[in-house]
Design a protein around this ligand. Structure first.
Ligand code: ADP
Ligand code: MG
Length: 660
């Protein structure tokens, strides 16, 4: 495949600017779709109102008269012949255009119309006519140094020179079925729209293509699973499982008991379990998964639990060790462990000494071989991509699978994405939980916030303080800003520390451990602590620039407090978007919050798309293109069913296997 630097017109400087906005390949460039269009419609100036905004094309009729003023300012006047008659044009500070405004040249003028004088004061002159009645201009996301015009030219050059190399993922049958133009044509149209109708069709076609590839993956994995849906009929002593449950320091809630029962029955059945355990933050999913792993151990099989962050993996590891460390061999496997440490774990997994392994993505690396993997659990399922799920599953011959997620997904979407998965839902919260008092505060009310924090600190409680970034950016609060601010306010009497994603894992773990032990009073962090972390003595969550986060993320963050017997609070600091944030003051049901968020922001936050790359669409949207998604779902099912040889199918399959 050719590279960006091979495109005529893209020099080193442009290349650097393109890289800066994430455009690194030819494919990135041609799928850098315009995010909106400007529709320029020719104004009939005979009927235009005084002072109105007009767009008109025509030919220059008189040599522009240039006037120069003080301070380098200038003005040009000339006459323009349009299809609606002659009009005067004035334009300020474009003396440099004079040579291009020769008599007879065709231009389009955009500006304000003075009806009395019959003069347009132009804000913009383009050296082209308005072909047809409407001109549609694409608008791209840019960076300084790159103009819309540059971007458009780069894309057009690329399509011209290398259009042939761009893969068209829609099989011919479906191109015909929907009467779609081919990919190259569609790309050409979205960047140079000849008409609204053609543009809409081209966009639809590109959206469909994206959804087709997406559903191809999903359906392929689903078929794989179905075809192999022979599981292990596990035998274990339920009395022993009950004994373990009785040994816990609390009673399971009704929903937890039901979930445990669903899971144990699946494990005992000859079919492979494929279950989603859904439950709001703090509903107690972890213990359910531990019980499942214990039963799996009693049946004589290994379990693997995959968490999206190291912090969470370590926490699960420590908790499980405390509960079952004396009867099970439990190992931790994370990316930051040394090669030697990892190899130790690989060995234990391969020879069967390790009964349970808990870890991050490290669990799905090539090197990991299991002796007899019988149960695979992923925590915070929505954080993982479809491919990664597939991978861990493939590690065991026919292990049972349990997905856990705190993010409720509206039914329709769940159907498209998870298909025939079984679900257990934990609605009931463990008893004694109080509603977390939530307040939205302005930045100017920081004094209030600090005094609320002080009250909690005095009671011996701990506090989380969250910022959207680690460092820099003037208009946003960063972790480093907060460090200074908190030290100034509380540093004299309280311990303050920081944890964020860029720190080495060892350092992160140490700080989390200290926070758990109560040695740190205020923990400043980014959203790395978003998922799963459990410290009952932490009663306060303060989130700066809260408008930067989706409500589901805020709900997850808020779920870090309110885990003990004491009343907890959550303070959201923001000067904008307060209407949306106020939903948090009233609502504490994660499902309702996520629906509200979904209505306001689309699917982005709902699925945690940043973490699961395969949910990131460049042009399609699960929210707006549901009908297309359903078509793509049906079509890909049919396509997979069809056994005719097709190089495109081979390509899709090989990409599916390489992408993870
Ligand atoms: P999540 O569903 O968000 O993963 P966790 O599993 O982390 O929630 O549980 C949150 C907290 O609730 C943990 O401290 C856990 O020990 C506790 N917990 C779980 N189930 C119960 C219960 N039935 N009664 C009391 N506390 C419970
Ligand atoms: Mg959890």
């Amino acid at each position: 495949m050719s590279e960006l630097k091979d495109v005529k017109g893209i020099g080193p400087k442009s290349l650097m600017l393109l890289n800066k906005i994430g455009i690194n390949t030819i494919n990135d460039l041609v799928t850098h779709y315009p995010f909106r269009y400007v529709f320029l419609e020719r104004t009939d100036i005979r009927n235009a109102e005084n002072d109105s905004h007009v767009i008109i094309d025509g030919k220059v009729e008189s040599v522009p008269i240039l006037m120069r003023f003080k301070a380098g300012l200038n003005k040009m006047n000339f006459r323009l012949v349009t299809m609606y008659g002659v009009v005067g044009v004035s334009i300020f500070n474009r003396a440099f255009m004079k040579k291009d405004l020769a008599i007879g040249s065709t231009i389009t003028v955009i500006g304000k119309f003075d009806k009395q004088k019959n003069v347009i004061t132009a804000s913009e002159i383009k050296f082209e006519s308005l072909s047809g009645k409407v001109k549609i201009e694409p608008v791209y996301h840019l960076t300084s140094g790159l103009s819309n015009k540059n971007m458009n030219t780069f894309i057009n050059m690329t399509l011209l020179e290398f259009g042939r190399e761009i893969t068209d993922y829609i099989p011919d049958t479906y191109q015909k079925k929907y009467d779609f133009v081919n990919k190259r044509m569609a790309l050409n149209i979205v960047n140079n729209p000849p008409s609204k109708e053609k543009l809409d069709l081209a966009i639809k076609r590109l959206k469909y293509e994206e959804l087709f590839v997406f559903m191809f993956k999903i359906n392929y994995l689903k078929r794989e699973r179905k075809s192999k849906n022979v599981g292990i009929e596990k035998k274990f002593d339920r009395a022993k499982v009950d004994k373990f449950i009785d040994s816990l320091s609390f009673n399971l809630t009704g929903d937890q008991k039901k979930a445990v029962n669903d899971i144990l029955s699946d494990m005992e059945s000859p079919h492979k379990m494929n279950r989603l355990l859904q439950g709001d933050v703090g509903s107690g999913k972890t213990i359910v998964s531990f019980i499942a792993m214990y039963a799996n151990f009693l049946a004589g099989y290994q379990s693997a639990l995959m968490a999206p962050t190291e912090i969470l993996a370590v926490q699960h590891y420590n908790n499980l060790k405390e509960l079952l460390g004396s009867s099970l061999e439990i190992a931790l496997l994370t990316g930051s462990m040394t090669k030697k440490e990892k190899e130790e774990v690989y060995k234990g997994l391969e020879n069967g000494e390790v009964n349970v392994v808990i870890g991050t993505h490290a669990l799905i690396q090539e090197e990991v071989k299991y002796n007899n993997l019988g149960l695979v659990i992923t925590d915070e399922q929505h954080r993982f991509g479809v491919n990664q799920r597939g991978n861990l599953r493939n590690k065991g011959v026919k292990p049972d699978i349990l997905y856990m997620s705190a993010t409720p997904i509206p039914r329709t979407y769940a159907l498209a994405i998870y298909g025939d998965m079984d679900t257990s839902i934990i609605k009931e919260k463990p008893s004694g939980r109080k509603k977390i008092k939530t307040y939205v505060k302005k930045k100017s009310e920081i004094k209030d916030v600090l005094s609320m924090m002080l009250e909690e600190l005095k009671k011996g409680h701990q506090i989380y303080v969250i910022a959207p970034l680690i460092d820099g950016e003037a208009e946003l609060t960063s972790v480093n800003d907060l460090k200074d601010q908190m030290n100034l306010a509380f540093g004299k009497y309280f311990n303050i520390d920081v944890v964020h994603g860029k720190m080495a894992s060892k350092a992160k773990d140490l700080i989390m451990a200290e926070f758990k032990q109560g040695k740190i009073n205020i923990l400043i962090s980014t959203t790395v602590i978003e998922v799963g972390v459990d410290v009952p003595n932490a009663t306060t969550m303060v989130i700066f620039d809260a408008d930067r986060f989706g409500l589901s993320t805020l709900h997850q963050l808020r779920g870090r407090v309110g885990r003990g017997a004491d009343e907890s609070l959550c303070i959201l600091i923001s000067d904008s978007d307060t209407k949306r944030l106020e939903i948090m003051e009233k609502e504490d049901d994660g499902f309702k919050i996520s629906e509200e968020d979904f209505k306001m922001r689309g699917h982005g936050d709902l699925f945690g798309t940043k973490q699961s790359g395969d949910m990131e669409f460049k042009i399609a949207s699960l929210k707006d293109d549901y009908d297309l998604l359903i078509s793509a779902k049906k079509d890909t099912e049919e396509y997979l069913e069809d056994k005719t040889f097709d190089p495109l199918k081979i390509k899709l399959l090989s990409e599916l296997n390489n992408n993870s």
